[in-house]
Write a protein that binds this ligand. Structure first.
Ligand SMILES: [Zn+2]
Length: 139
């Protein structure tokens, strides 16, 4: 994984932080290296350094796993966020399996969620869809 310049690296970190709702902090940042950690006790770490003579950054090591998200302080917010993330997919294919959802979260976001949480997420989306179609029928 590489980033073209410091701006791109920072943007990627920002996006990741917002998307997952985690508290990443840059613990070391200079012209050649950048190290990002999560909350105390969370194993996530990202270590990047510049490569060659270019301004690009290269990921040297990345420990994906977040404990802090799995036992998130605000699980409802995370479920809501998941529901938002999968809304379109479930709307298009209501038979979308919660197990697939779990796998996708794991693959794309590198976060482990329980099947139970995925089930709740899907239920929430289905309920919303029902509410909307009911509203359409009534009007
Ligand atoms: Zn974390």
């Amino acid at each position: 994984m590489t980033f073209e310049d410091t701006k791109e690296l920072k943007r990627a970190i920002d996006k990741y932080t917002i998307t997952l709702g985690v508290n990443l902090k840059t613990v070391r940042s200079d012209k050649k290296t950048c190290k990002v950690l999560c909350e105390d006790g969370c194993p996530f770490s990202l270590y990047t350094s510049t490569y060659g003579l270019s301004m690009g950054w290269q990921v040297k090591s990345l420990a994906y796993e977040h404990i802090c998200v799995c036992v998130h302080k605000n699980p409802r917010a995370f479920t809501m966020w998941l529901a938002e993330y999968f809304k379109e997919k479930v709307q298009e294919a209501p038979q979308f399996k919660t197990k697939e959802m779990k796998n996708e979260v794991q693959r794309d976001l590198k976060v482990c969620v329980s099947v139970h949480k995925c089930k709740r997420t899907k239920k929430k989306i289905m309920e919303e869809m029902e509410a909307i179609s009911r509203m359409n029928l009534e009007s």
